[in-house]
Structure formats: structure tokens, C-alpha cells
Design a protein around this ligand. Structure first.
Ligand SMILES: [Fe+2]
Length: 398
């Protein structure tokens, strides 16, 4: 069954929904569109399925299949310039977060002159509206189909940064759980943990609102019910639908309340140490939720129970924190998620390398939010010492 509901942008959600991509582009008045994806999506045949749907509707396509992980500025510029050269009147992104964020950047450049680097950051950046953009996620994690911006790697300053504003706004998200049936277990696990982080971090954010009380809570409840099922049996359509809904609701939940320490740490781990986004954000989640219990015990208790943990009646915040830590760590073990030590061995960095870089950058991120919004998002104040303890423990324990 398909349904339409409103989020920061309209979404068409349901199994088989991606078959109507061409029809939706026609409704938007498009005649020639830029389709953005990566080599992995090309290999699965999913890109061709979408392109066929577009061509069947009488709309011409130009393809950019060079999307990179942690999309670098130069790749976004390449995609955007291809669209300008070909005079497209629409953009379609197909894939995981990197493809969708590259597509958002490419859309921006159709009416906002290149390079994309001119539009980095949240403060003082003004963009003008651009051509229609349809995004079609093929993973259940980023929620990029309903977030008003994207994450791009600034290769000049070697940091991950944001684009936002009307210039890169999503016109329509088409969310089709069927597209996730072929995802390998490791990707199901890491992207599913990204969705969980969006849900629980926005739910416990200092900027939490009544929308995320509904959407975030439903999202982490769905993750508790379906993530291990989808990991163990990728062909389980009910589990795939549940996780896709969790990812979308997680994306809606974080639009406004934002995330906090697990994502801040994950962004530094991605930008400086090339750890995939979902893995990086999940890497310290057990410790982050444990310390958050001191500030928001009832919320952490709800999260713990939804993820299958048990918390005794009248439990102290400390007991709730311990239960949250054990429950999330147990989930990560079931999903066979590699930890920070595994990534260190693979990429050649040590715990000290992380401690030299991560705490300072995370504190800067929270301070940036204080400057912008008058408060950070973390329910416990972020100090370098606290972040160092979290990262150090995650390296040793997770
Ligand atoms: Fe994320």
C-alpha cells in the first residue's frame, strides 16, 4: 500500500513507488533530467530501472555515475557542470546519502553559479530556487529524502560541511522499500544504525520538539522491531518496509532538533579518518546514551525498552544509563558492526590519533550551534574531557 504524507517536502512512500518516477517528473514539467548515482547502484541495475521509468515517460536523461563516498566538492561540481552543459530542467538522485547529497548540490548549481564551495555553511548563505529535484533512497538510513540540506566534503579545508536552503531543496522524495531488498547485511547494519542515531539523538536533543516526540519515537521503535530482522534476512520485505519508514521518520525527526554527540563524533570520524557515516555515528552511541541518562533519564529509558532492553521500575538515572549502554552494545554485536579499533587497524590510525582530533572538533561543533541558536543540542554539556572519555571507552569497549 502506498501513502503520501507531508514532511519538509512531499514524499511518495510505498513498495513499488519508484516505478512512477517518470510520471512524477512529467507532472513537474521536466523534459530532460540529470540522473545522479554511483558505480555500486549502476552495478545493481537499480539506476537502469529508474532511468527506464523516466525514458518511458518521454523524458530524456543525462547520467552522472561518478558519485563518491563522503561526496567531495569537486565531484558535486562535476555533476552540476554536466547538468548546466546539457541544459537539464530537473535532477534525480538515486542511491545512499552520498548520491542524494551530490544530487542536491548538482541541483543548487543549475541556478546558483559554481563552485558548490560558495554555498557551504549554515550562516549567511543565500541561494535562489532551482530546477525540480526528485531523490530516491536505496538505503534505509540517511533520511536525506526529507532533510532540507546535504553534507559535502570541503576538500580545501578537509572537513565535512553542509549545504542548505531553497537552492538544494528536495521537490519530491520517492521512498520505495523494494529498492533495499538487495542491500548486503553490512550496509543494512551501518545505515540502519544511522537511522537509529537520527531518531534517538533528535529525541534527546536540547532542541527536541513535539514533532520528534512522535516521529523520533516511532522511528527508534521500528528500528528495535526490524533492524536485526532486515540484517538477518535481506529479503524480508516487511522488515525492509519497517526500516525504510524508520529512516524517513528519523530524517523528519532530526529536521529542527538536529543530532548531537554521536553524529558530531561520526562527522569527524568520516571527514578525517574516512569511517563510513553510519559506522562512525554508531561507534560511540552506547556511551553517549549512557551519559545522556543523567540529563534525560525518561527518554533514555523509553529508547532502551524500545530496543529490547529491560529497565526496572524506579530505576535511577545511572541504572537507566547502564541498561541503555548494554542494550545498544548488544544490538551492535548482533549486527556485527566493526568498532573503532577495527577501523584503526584497517586505516592505520590509533586511539591517540582520534583523541588528538575528535574532542576539539566536537566541542567546536556544539559551540557553533550555541552561536547560531543560543544553545547546543547535546543534553549534557560537551567538554573536551567528556568527548575524550567517550571516544576512549568506545575504542576499548565496543
Ligand atoms: Fe546521519
Amino acid at each position: 500500500m502506498q501513502s503520501i504524507f507531508s514532511s519538509p517536502n512531499p514524499l511518495l512512500f510505498g513498495t513499488g513507488a519508484s516505478k512512477s518516477t517518470g510520471e512524477k517528473l512529467r507532472e513537474l514539467g521536466c523534459k530532460k533530467v540529470l540522473v545522479v548515482y554511483d558505480a555500486g547502484i549502476k552495478a545493481t541495475g537499480l539506476a537502469d530501472r529508474i532511468i527506464n521509468s523516466i525514458n518511458d515517460a518521454g523524458i530524456a536523461t543525462v547520467t552522472y555515475d561518478g558519485v563518491q563516498a563522503d561526496p567531495p566538492d569537486w565531484s558535486v561540481n562535476e555533476a552540476g557542470e554536466l547538468g548546466i552543459r546539457e541544459q537539464v530542467d530537473g535532477v534525480v538522485g538515486v542511491g545512499g546519502g552520498s548520491s542524494l547529497d551530490t544530487a542536491k548540490g548538482a541541483k543548487m548549481l543549475q541556478t546558483n553559479p559554481p563552485p558548490i564551495n560558495k554555498y557551504f555553511g549554515r550562516e549567511g548563505v543565500v541561494t535562489v530556487p532551482s530546477v525540480p529535484l526528485i531523490v530516491i533512497p536505496t538505503t534505509a538510513g540517511t533520511g536525506s529524502e526529507c532533510t532540507p540540506g546535504g553534507v559535502i566534503t570541503d576538500t580545501v579545508n578537509n572537513i565535512k560541511t553542509n549545504i542548505a536552503g531553497v537552492g538544494c531543496a528536495v521537490t519530491l522524495g520517492i521512498v520505495d522499500p523494494e529498492l533495499t531488498l538487495g542491500l548486503p547485511p553490512s550496509v543494512t547494519a551501518s545505515t540502519g544504525m544511522d537511522a537509529l542515531c537520527h531518531a534517538v539523538e533528535s529525541y534527546t536533543s536540547m532542541r527536541a520538539n513535539s514533532f520528534c516526540q512522535l516521529t523520533g519515537k516511532e522511528a527508534f521503535t521500528l528500528v528495535g522491531k526490524y533492524l536485526v530482522r532486515a540484517f538477518e534476512n535481506g529479503a524480508d520485505l516487511e522488515a525492509r518496509e519497517g526500516m525504510m519508514l524508520a529512516a524517513t521518520l528519523g530524517g523528519i525527526s532530526m529536521s529542527g532538533p538536529l543530532c548531537h554527540l554521536a553524529h558530531d563524533i561520526g562527522k569527524v570520524l568520516g571527514g578525517k579518518f574516512h569511517i563510513p557515516h553510519g559506522n562512525g555515528c554508531a561507534s560511540c552511541l552506547p556511551q553517549v546514551m549512557q551519559i545522556d541518562a543523567a540529563a534525560v533519564p525518561e527518554k533514555v529509558k523509553e529508547i532502551t525498552i524500545a530496543l529490547g532492553g529491560t529497565v526496572r521500575e524506579n530505576a535511577t538515572p545511572e541504572e537507566i544509563g547502564t541498561a541503555a549502554y548494554e542494550t545498544i552494545l548488544s544490538l551492535m554485536k548482533k549486527l556485527k558492526l566493526p568498532g573503532l579499533r577495527d577501523f584503526g587497524a584497517k586505516h592505520g590510525f590509533t586511539k591517540d590519533d582520534l583523541l588528538d582530533v575528535v574532542p576539539e572538533n566536537v566541542v567546536m561543533m556544539q559551540e557553533g550551534l550555541v552561536k547560531l541558536f543560543g544553545q547546543g543540542t547535546s543534553p549534557v554539556p560537551a567538554t573536551k574531557e567528556l568527548i575524550a572519555t567517550i571516544v576512549s571507552r568506545a575504542w576499548d569497549e565496543n
